[in-house]
Design a protein around this ligand. Structure first.
Ligand code: TYD
Length: 208
């Protein structure tokens, strides 16, 4: 058990809100936890983030993939492994499954190659639990509003493929996935479902 939890979903699905609420719950119960985001979380990874999200950059799909993986590798080595070793919770906003969904399903790159690259970049460190927050693409577009970064510029059709990718991931044999339907539900209700899953999974390991 690594006390490592990731949050996934298409843009504007509400990950950040739910991560903050879970962190508050854990803190209330005196469970130390660290929130990190991808791409980012270290000085180098934040620099890579700026390259990836800058609208002025014309980046090939392969370069894009490798940049996300470089940012991830630095984050896992510099921050996440150390936090896991302290036995604290790590709550990560996006991780390996984002690359499967966005670069694999979205851009159409080989899923097998991405799996191999993910495992190389992370030393095979996987989360215990992965929450996939599902919303409709039309809702994502509304929530994103006018100003978009380079990834958000990819459009509706792209996001449909990404959403489908997440739906498929949730159906795989890996039992870490928790698929949370978020359309037309209030924030508190979604938070309750997430906390219920966390309590259930960590039973003895959670200070309550
Ligand atoms: P961000 O502004 O953090 O979006 P969000 O709040 O939705 O997480 O930007 C990250 C963008 O990068 C987002 O569009 C998803 C994308 N992304 C990938 O395409 N592949 C990846 O491996 C990761 C980590 C993110």
């Amino acid at each position: 058990m690594n006390k490592f939890i990731t949050f996934e979903g298409i843009d504007a699905c509400g990950k950040t809100t739910q991560i903050n609420l879970l962190s508050d719950f854990l803190k209330l119960k005196k469970n130390k936890n660290l929130i990190v985001r991808e791409p980012g979380g270290t000085q180098i990874s934040e620099k890579i983030r700026n390259i990836l999200l800058d609208n002025n950059n014309n980046i090939s799909d392969e370069t894009e993939t490798l940049l996300f993986l470089s940012a991830r590798s630095q984050l896992i080595n510099e921050i996440i492994i150390k936090n896991i070793n302290k036995n604290n919770f790590t709550l990560c906003d996006r991780y390996i499954d984002s690359t499967i969904a966005y670069q694999g399903y979205g851009r159409g790159l080989s899923l097998d190659k991405i799996q191999t690259l993910n495992s190389f970049a992370t030393g095979d460190i996987k989360p215990d639990l992965t929450f996939i927050l599902d919303i409709e693409v039309s809702e994502s577009i509304i929530r994103l509003g006018g100003e978009k970064d380079r990834m958000e510029e990819s459009g509706m059709e792209f996001l449909e493929k990404v959403r489908y990718g997440y739906q498929n991931l949730a159906k795989t044999s890996e039992d870490r996935f928790r698929f949370i339907k978020c359309m037309n539900r209030d924030i508190k209700d979604i938070n309750d479902e997430i906390i219920h899953n966390v309590k259930d999974f960590y039973k003895g390991a959670l200070d309550e």
